[in-house]
Ligand binder design. Structure first.
Ligand SMILES: Nc1ncnc2c1ncn2[C@@H]1O[C@H](COP(=O)(O)OP(=O)(O)OP(=O)(O)O)[C@@H](O)[C@H]1O
Ligand SMILES: [Mg+2]
Length: 228
């Protein structure tokens, strides 16, 4: 579903963010991406969404070569991707319902499908009864559940989450990753960047380690090795 072949990314500052990186990710995999600060993790995600362009190499997403993709096709690519951020990025003036509905609205959904789908997704992430609250009235874990609902509402084939548990406490972090795991079970590919090794050790997923823009580790956590 996602393939990087010898991908190098040099920013203008001449920082080598990715250095001939290779990775292959199958549909419906769950992958933790770990590595030191500055190793290139966020850059990897930004290349998948075409927020950044590679300096060289080939990136294939959903069978399409991104370097040859036309500008007008970028919205179609982004429709297949749900994003989750460390700082939630909720709109403070909007209620929980409106934050999630907004994501459907910009994709052109009608009010009838919005009024059906949004409560369903809020229920899925355990936010039933909170639809009318505003972000300022939620805990960090609840805010991130809204972030997950928003990422999910358009039914994307993959979710890219950059440090989604970076601003929430350990118990809530576990719940968020557990939820991502349930979403993954339904067939959604998940890439989650994290510094939280204790979280990584609690789930039976693939772990890709990046150092200085290269993949230096690629292992599968086995259920019997987990810290439970
Ligand atoms: N927009 C940019 N312009 C110039 N250099 C950048 C830009 N974004 C990232 N870099 C540089 O590219 C390298 C990789 O950055 P990246 O954000 O991918 O790291 P990261 O692994 O996500 O780090 P962190 O864990 O701190 O978020 C770093 O040296 C960084 O300074
Ligand atoms: Mg980063």
């Amino acid at each position: 579903m996602i393939e990087f072949r010898n991908v190098t990314k040099l920013y203008d500052s001449s920082a080598m963010a990715l250095d001939r990186l290779n990775i292959k990710i199958e549909k419906a995999e769950f992958i933790f991406i770990v590595g030191a600060s500055g190793s290139g993790k966020s850059t990897l995600l930004k290349l998948i969404t075409k927020e950044e362009e590679p300096t060289s190499g080939k990136i294939i997403v959903n069978n399409v070569n991104l370097t040859q993709m036309k500008k007008r096709d970028i919205p179609y690519l982004r429709r297949t991707i749900g994003l989750v951020f460390q700082d939630f990025r909720l709109i403070e003036k909007m209620t929980v319902f409106e934050n999630v509905a907004f994501a459907m609205n910009i994709m052109g959904a009608g009010s009838r499908s919005i009024s059906k789908r949004v409560p369903y997704v809020l229920n899925l992430v355990g936010l039933e009864g909170m639809a009318r609250r505003r972000p300022s009235e939620l805990s960090g874990g609840e805010k991130q559940r809204v972030g997950l609902a928003r990422a999910l509402v358009n039914n994307p084939g993959m979710i890219l989450a950059d440090e989604p548990t970076g601003n929430i406490d350990p118990a809530m972090s576990y719940e968020i990753v557990d939820l991502l795991g349930k979403i993954n079970k339904c067939g959604t590919t998940i890439l989650m960047v994290t510094h939280d090794i204790s979280i990584v050790k609690q789930f039976p997923f693939r772990v890709v380690e990046i150092s200085e823009g290269k993949v230096v580790g690629d292992t599968q956590n086995r259920s019997d090795d987990l810290w439970l």
